[in-house]
Design a protein around this ligand. Structure first.
Ligand SMILES: Nc1nc2c(ncn2[C@@H]2O[C@H](COP(=O)(O)OP(=O)(O)O)[C@@H](O)[C@H]2O)c(=O)[nH]1
Ligand SMILES: [Mg+2]
Ligand SMILES: [Zn+2]
Length: 322
């Protein structure tokens, strides 16, 4: 919020007109909070925008680039720029519909932890497919390296590094490796994505100490994280760019992907499909498959191929959510 009562335009004694283009940081129900050049302004959404979007869709979502108009009763969103990208989930109250969680994300940083909870490569692989198939830039943070003094994360981290992914080992609590993460985040909008309890909120707080996101403990019994982040919000980073803290993992399923397209998003599979005997090879058990041959030679990691087969299976069962 601004320090203006009623969230009106900042009173400016100079001739400078108030800033009118901004980015939606949060949705607070009756209004949204817009970042206008570093100032947080509460804006209502004009009726004609709401009507234009229809009953079932939101006219304005977090991450939208908007134009703001000022009138006697405060600030209002007058226009929403077309969305470059969006991350959506199935609408929990209308499962056949898509619900956009956040717009205009450029990159997604997968957060895994070296331990507690143990990394789940199959989950990382599904995230990578979802990220790359949407044209977003992927990165992988390995957090809690302080809990893995033997450095066993290096083994599985190397699989991704060798495929050309940015792998960033950090400890959010010991504040190690953070500079590399800050460099990744600079001047773009990045969403954090990962299982509950891996340390996404702790990492965000460590990156920018002015943030005070709530973090959760681990359940004593299960060792799994507790859900403490429940809404999506955009956080303005002091060195340029925005960070999105997402509620959990379930919002990022694969929508409507064709079986034949899955291999495109596994870099080591895509690189070999031209050499397969059959054009429509799914690299499962087909004769003359170059991917299976590479697997036999140890050139492709087994766990990656298993992840690939599992995605095919899930798509066959046509449950688009993971
Ligand atoms: N040892 C260690 N614990 C961490 C680290 N980062 C986060 N944690 C702990 O992991 C738990 C879950 O963190 P949280 O940020 O809420 O995870 P989120 O669900 O991904 O947002 C908290 O108890 C954190 O203190 C780290 O780098 N090292
Ligand atoms: Mg969190
Ligand atoms: Zn093949």
């Amino acid at each position: 919020m601004t320090d203006q009562p009623g969230g009106g335009p900042p009173v400016d004694s100079s001739d400078r007109p108030p800033e009118t283009r901004g980015v939606v940081l949060r949705d607070e129900g009756s209004h949204v909070i817009v970042d206008l050049c570093g100032e947080e302004v509460a804006c209502v959404i004009r009726k004609r925008l709401r009507r234009g979007a229809g009953k079932r869709r939101k006219a304005v979502v977090v991450g939208d680039q908007v134009e703001v108009e000022y009138s006697g009763d405060g600030a209002a969103i007058a226009k929403v720029e077309p969305r470059r990208t969006s991350i959506s989930r199935r609408n929990p109250s209308q499962p056949r519909r898509e619900q956009i969680l956040v717009a205009n994300v450029d990159a997604v940083l997968i957060v895994a932890s070296a331990a507690r909870p143990a990394p789940v490569p199959a989950l990382i692989d599904r995230f990578l497919v979802a990220i790359e198939s949407r044209g977003l830039e992927p990165g992988i943070v390995i957090n809690k390296t302080d809990l893995d003094p033997e450095g066993s994360w290096e083994q599985w981290g190397a699989i991704y590094r060798d495929l050309g992914y940015r792998v960033l080992p950090v400890s959010a609590t010991d504040a190690t490796g953070l500079e590399e993460v800050r460099a990744f985040l600079a001047n773009k909008t990045t969403s954090l994505l990962g299982q509950s309890g891996v340390g996404k909120s702790t990492l965000a707080n460590a990156l920018d100490p002015t943030l005070t996101l709530r973090t959760g403990g681990l359940h004593e019994g299960t060792g799994k994280g507790t859900h403490t982040t429940t809404t999506v919000s955009l956080l303005r980073l002091p060195w340029g760019g925005y960070l999105v803290d997402t509620p959990g993992i379930r919002e990022f399923g694969l929508w409507n992907m064709e079986l034949a397209d899955v291999g495109i998003w596994f870099r080591e599979i895509a690189a070999r499909t031209d050499a397969c005997r059959f054009n429509d090879c799914l690299h499962a058990r087909e004769p003359g498959c170059a991917v299976l041959a590479a697997l036999e030679e140890g050139e492709i990691d087994r766990s990656r191929h298993e992840s690939y087969l599992r995605i095919l299976e899930t798509l066959r069962e046509s449950t688009p959510e993971f």
